[in-house]
Write a protein that binds this ligand. Structure first.
Ligand code: ADP
Ligand code: MG
Length: 730
């Protein structure tokens, strides 16, 4: 990489014109879902009786039989071929955080030397991708690496380019989950059943409860040329060096600012393609940091929402390239400015309404509201450490705990009105509570809640799990993560809490207590129990860290130790009770998380090593030689005293460069040695901890000196595009 390349790519970036977006006459409502085999397409392409059976399968009311699958596949094939499709693939979410696919053509021999297009129910329902190269955490050894992918009919198939994409779960020959979707579906079933049991106390006719997710995806865009000139971005997704730009986000002028034209063109293109794939895009805006943006669709049932997020992330990457950008989903691509997260807005809803919604017409409505809020908090409280384990990663670790994102402690913000309500409920006694329905009990008149809640729009950006009206917003999830990791834990934890709640209430009812009174009694106990998770103050403050520790919340800071929460006895028991993950699966997953952590840091170490030795030190030394040359030449032409006096600054710089380069060279060696030592450790947990303790701090230390050099060395010579060049798209 030479500085000429840097100037070339920067120059090109600034000359680039926005890609023109065709002004479509079609409305979004017309092209929404065009490439999705949704209910309308099913009705058109499937015989009526097959459609009806399929509808029941999608509702989870019946299993899919092979005969039906064959007929569905036939209809799908006709639809797909009308779009020019020639291949199909199962599309699954292995534990690598991305998605995987393996394409098969529709063609088969016709037995007469020709070919015909065929797509059978068996191909739709099940495939057997070789699983040996996906992370399995030791569940299968490579010689028995059979893996199966099986269609998830709750998520419709769709078309990308010439390929029919079939969302599937991915499991091992022995039935263990090798992906995110399989345990997610189990967690959603568990929370659906537990919530239904409790919802029926209030609404006996309710037939179904589902979990909803509305994600907000933050991301950065950088010019493609500059990205290519930054080996660190290319290899690790983040800049391992780079001095602050003089102007960054201190003016607060980027957040909600007007969207640059090149970016607007990208967003429009992305939205159109996403809408065609059935992703209900709604919101887009500039984020806090320069070049940082956000998009959010309308919330959907959690399983579908997650598929859509996975699809969206790959779409973002692809569409960005068409516009001469690279889309960065890393949680912290640039130091010194905000990183990116993925807020997960979560709620439970019946077929008729949202269970976390305040305004209620009857006292029962309002009590239902309190119960679902409190039991969510119970789940979050009991498993606060595990929730942190679900969102932490080598990349998200850079964002968490910095003064910009949720702190590395899980707590919940409820707002004043809800706080007052819970306090009042907690402090009242049985009889008063029993009078709740009476008109006189104004102090605890739960029917008043709606009015209060309508004003309850106060926000607390520092809270990782905030109540925001009719949902909770889990903000600690990383921008590059599969939301399923967090959603598996949250939904399982709430399922467990609701089941516990139901068991205690039903025991009281069996003992003769009236139902509403029993519910009030148990919910009051739980308000007291889960109090430590409730925090309204500033989550960034140091006092909070001390206070949280006093309250017994998980305050662990190191990523590898956070992963171990999956193996804590309370977690293993919770996953067992809810039927979501077995202990063997948990061991495997934890192992994969630790391994992935090690690999990511390892790659960063190597890249930093190369950049320092091949880019930074040579360039700094070259500049130092120029300075030395200048000092010599001044001596040649001037009297010694005068030459010395004129060389003061250069001599200072020569020394400074020498100090920084020596530090870098020496510590790159220390870094290599630290990696070597860590790599020799057999035990995965201890190896990950060694990386955390010895390698990660060195990356930061070395960077400090590189960034100092960036300020000293002649701009003409510096090989890497600088922050100020990468971060301001015109
Ligand atoms: P903000 O930035 O103010 O938090 P956005 O409008 O960017 O809000 O995103 C809010 C997200 O929350 C959207 O995806 C929205 O559909 C979703 N959402 C709204 N209500 C619910 C709910 N009851 N359950 C789950 N998600 C919800
Ligand atoms: Mg939000």
């Amino acid at each position: 990489m030479s500085s000429t390349l840097r100037f070339q790519v920067v120059g090109e970036a600034f000359k680039r014109k926005p890609v023109e977006i065709p002004n479509r006459v079609e409305r979004p409502s017309e092209y929404f879902g065009r490439y999705v085999f949704n209910r309308q397409k099913m009705q058109h392409y499937l015989p009526q009786d097959v459609y009806e059976r399929m509808a029941e399968v999608m509702e989870g009311q019946r299993q899919l039989d092979l005969a039906t699958a064959d007929q569905v596949a036939e209809g799908m094939k006709r639809w797909a071929m009308s779009l020019g499709v020639t291949h199909c693939t199962h599309w699954f979410q292995p534990l690598t955080e991305g998605t995987a696919e393996k394409h098969d053509g529709f063609v088969v021999h016709d037995g007469r030397g020709g070919m015909i297009e065929e797509f059978t129910g068996k191909e739709l329902v099940q495939q057997e991708p070789d699983a040996s190269s996906f992370p399995s955490g030791g569940i299968r050894s490579t010689f028995e690496a059979r893996g199966y992918s099986a269609w998830d009919p709750a998520s419709p198939v769709f078309v990308i380019g010439d390929t029919l994409m079939i969302p599937t779960v991915f499991i091992s020959y022995t039935g263990e989950a090798l992906d995110y979707k399989a345990p997610l579906k189990k967690a959603l079933k568990a929370v659906g059943e537990a919530a239904l049991r409790v919802a029926r106390y209030f609404y006996p006719d309710v037939s179904k409860v589902v979990s909803n997710l509305g994600w907000e995806q933050e991301y950065f865009l950088v010019d493609e040329g500059m990205y290519a000139a930054r080996p660190d971005l290319l290899m690790t997704g983040r800049t391992l060096m780079g001095h602050d730009s003089a102007r960054n986000q201190q003016m607060d002028d980027h957040y909600f600012g007007s969207i640059p034209r090149r970016v607007a063109a990208f967003m429009k293109d992305l939205e159109m393609q996403a809408l065609e794939l059935g992703i209900p895009c709604k919101t887009r805006h500039n984020e806090v940091a320069p070049n940082q943006f956000e998009l959010a669709p309308i919330y959907e049932e959690t399983n579908l929402a997650i598929d859509h997020n996975m699809l969206m992330m790959s779409l973002m990457r692809r569409v960005a390239r068409k516009h001469g950008f690279r889309c960065l989903l890393h949680e912290k691509p640039f130091a010194g400015i905000n990183g990116s997260g993925k807020h997960n807005n979560w709620s439970l809803a019946t077929d008729t309404g949202i269970l976390l919604h305040g305004p209620g017409r009857t006292p029962e409505d309002n009590l239902r509201f309190v119960v679902f809020i409190v039991e969510t908090l119970m789940g979050v409280y009991r498993h606060n450490g595990l929730l942190k384990g679900s969102i932490i990663s080598a990349t998200n670790a850079h964002r968490l705990g910095a003064n910009e994102a949720p702190p590395a402690i899980i707590s919940s913000f409820l707002g004043k009105q809800l706080t007052d309500l819970l306090t009042a409920l907690e402090e009242s006694d049985d009889d008063q509570l029993f009078n709740l329905k009476g008109k006189k009990s104004m102090r605890l008149d739960i029917p008043q809640v709606p009015e209060l809640l309508l004003d309850n729009t106060d926000r607390n950006r520092t809270s990782p799990f905030a109540f925001t009206g009719n949902r909770f917003e889990f903000r600690a999830v990383g921008s590059s993560a599969n939301c399923a990791a967090a959603m598996i834990v949250l939904n399982s934890a709430v399922a467990e809490a609701l089941t516990d709640f139901a068991e205690r209430v039903e025991a009281l009812i069996a003992g003769g207590m009236p139902r509403m009174k029993a519910i009030l009694k148990v919910v009051r106990d739980d308000i007291k129990t889960c109090k430590p998770i409730h925090f309204e103050g500033n989550g960034y403050s140091d006092e909070w860290k001390r206070e949280a520790e006093r309250r017994g919340l998980d305050v662990e800071q190191s990523a590898p130790r956070m992963f171990l929460q999956y193996l804590a006895p309370a977690s293993v028991e919770m996953f067992r009770r809810t039927g979501v993950l077995t202990e063997a699966e948990l061991v495997a997953r934890t192992d994969i998380k630790l391994e992935t952590y090690v690999k990511k840091v390892q790659i960063e170490g190597r890249v930093l090593n190369d950049l320092c030795l091949n880019h930074i030190i040579p360039v700094a030394t070259r500049y130092q030689s120029q300075l030395i040359d200048n000092v010599h030449k001044l001596r040649d032409i001037l009297p010694a005293a005068e030459a010395d006096s004129l060389s003061t600054n250069n001599i200072r710089l020569i020394r400074l460069i020498g100090e920084h380069t020596s530090f870098i060279a020496a510590h790159v060696e220390v870094l290599t040695e630290a990696r070597r030592v860590a790599n020799r450790i057999e035990d995965t947990t201890r190896r990950a901890l060694a990386y955390y303790e010895t390698v990660v701090p060195l990356l930061e230390e070395i960077r400090y000196h590189v960034d100092k050099l960036e300020l000293i060395v002649d701009d003409e010579l510096w090989p890497l595009p600088k922050y100020r060049e990468m971060l301001f798209i015109r």
